[in-house]
Design a binder for this molecule. Structure first.
Ligand code: F6P
Length: 459
């Protein structure tokens, strides 16, 4: 293998440059050239295939800094539709003209779906990433638990459902955690702590919405910021128990902090946020409004009188506020855990290509109290119809009566976060008040990368 391509697809994470850097470092050792495709699959849909040579003379280009968030290659949500064989053929032909012998896609479940048809043309492997931490399996045969139930009112004629999970140990999990998750949780937990003291002062209820689509991992792990109540999509919101819990918290401490996943659902399984959800190009639902929906519920159920009675606030509406942490979870410097394991997984992806494997995924496994690298055939993540599903947060990780992580959930989180921060993560915060920040404009890496972009001649 003389030359490989690498691209970063889907929503970005803070650890993508670390993955690319790990891949380039391993490729340098093996004397393999690495071409980075610009803007994910979008670069392959462009006949000129804009790309950057990431390791001329087998040395990494200086712009590739693993401590920098985002991706120097750019990302997009464009994807390759497996049914569109004509486009796939064109993409394969472009990769041939680029003379790449293998391709690394850094991505999540959506990327894995796009990777499948390409793998019939050249070796392709996935280096995992996603802040949602939903790429993988809770146990090896979980993909077989998905089934279809006929439903004439559904456009596809069926609903996709999952059988209740079977018992599993943490060592059974396939791809224990994805790069990007730890940094997102670092940000969300700090945000909860910051919002906490202002809610406390003003005797308010703060509802904080975190990302994660249908997976409650970010919300669960935001427990590190000590919210009083955590709501996850895997545990439908029951108004009665929720309002009781809010009352119990208010009685004692006069304020409450609630952390909600953007994808929480009601007891009918309907998304609580936007009912008319829009979709990105890959068909992913873009969630919005979960925190607002919980606010409406609490305003209705608790009512104004409760807040005016003790002169705490003028109305329920004024006493309850929502904050969406949003894209701050996806940006900025990756913390040590993400930097280290993202680069390890990037290196592993190169190894897989060198070993002649393809259509497989580099994974991070938990074994005997530590992490090891491994890989899995991508088909093992697909259900019997060939579809990839986001890994749900296991119900065994959550205690719905306390709205907090269960004992097993705590065990799961400790493995990731006990040593997730490095001294330099704390030290790096000191640069915020550098006088230079007031004098120099932001130095975007895009400026230098653009100067390096190469294109192939269209045929
Ligand atoms: O999948 C990652 C993610 O950050 C989700 O948690 C979130 O719903 C979505 O991407 C947001 O996507 P965008 O940046 O395209 O709005």
């Amino acid at each position: 293998m003389k030359r490989i391509g690498i691209l970063t697809a889907g929503g970005d994470t803070p650890a993508l440059n670390a993955t690319i850097a790990g891949a380039v470092q391993r490729a340098n050792q093996a004397r393999v050239e690495v071409f980075g495709i610009i803007k994910g699959f979008s670069g392959l849909l462009n006949p000129q295939v804009p790309h950057v040579h990431l390791n001329p003379l087998f040395q990494s280009i200086p712009e590739l800094d693993p401590t920098r968030g985002g991706t120097i290659l750019g990302a997009s949500r464009d994807y390759v539709d497996s049914a569109d064989t004509e486009t796939i053929g064109r993409v394969a032909e472009r990769l041939k003209r680029l003379k790449v012998d293998g391709l690394i896609c850094v991505g999540g479940d959506g990327t894995l779906n796009g990777m499948q048809p390409l793998s019939n043309h050249l070796p392709v492997v996935l280096a995992p990433k996603t802040i949602d931490n939903d790429l993988g399996l809770n146990y090896s045969d979980e993909a077989s638990d998905w089934y279809r139930e006929p439903n004439e009112s559904h456009p596809k004629g069926y609903d996709t459902k999952k059988r209740p999970e079977r018992a599993f140990g943490l060592d059974d999990m396939i791809n224990y955690v994805t790069p990007g998750f730890a940094t997102a949780v670092f940000v969300s937990s700090l945000s909860v702590q910051r919002i906490r003291t202002t809610a406390e002062s003003h005797r308010r209820i703060a509802i904080i919405e975190v990302m994660g689509r249908d997976c409650g991992m970010i919300s669960l792990a935001t427990a590190y910021g000590q919210p009083d109540i955590i709501l996850i999509p895997e545990s439908p919101v029951e108004p009665g128990p929720l309002v009781d819990r809010v009352h119990a918290v208010l009685d004692v401490q006069k304020h409450a902090v609630i952390c909600v996943s953007e994808g929480i659902v009601d007891t009918q399984g309907q998304i609580l946020g936007a009912m008319s959800a829009s979709q990105d190009p890959a068909g992913n639902i873009q969630y919005t409004g979960a925190a607002q929906a919980v606010k409406r519920l609490l305003v209705d159920q608790i009512g104004d009188a409760f807040f005016t009675r003790q002169r705490r606030n003028e109305s329920a509406n004024a006493a309850i506020f929502v904050r969406k942490i949003g894209h701050t979870q996806r940006g900025g410097r990756p913390i040590l855990f993400d930097r280290f394991y993202a680069s390890q997984l990037g290196g592993k992806a190169v190894e897989l290509l060198l070993d002649g494997l393809h259509n497989c995924v580099a994974t991070l496994q938990y074994r005997n109290g530590g992490f090891v690298l491994d890989s899995i055939d991508a088909n093992k993540l697909r259900d019997r119809w060939g579809n990839i599903h986001a890994r749900p947060l296991s119900p065994s990780f959550y205690d719905p009566t306390r709205f907090q992580p269960s004992a097993k959930g705590i065990e799961y989180l400790r493995a990731i976060f006990n040593h997730a921060l490095g001294v330099d993560d704390i030290e790096s915060m000191r640069t915020i008040f550098d006088t230079g920040n007031l004098i120099h404009p932001y130095d975007s890496v895009n400026i230098d990368i653009t100067k390096r972009i190469l294109r192939v001649e269209p045929t």
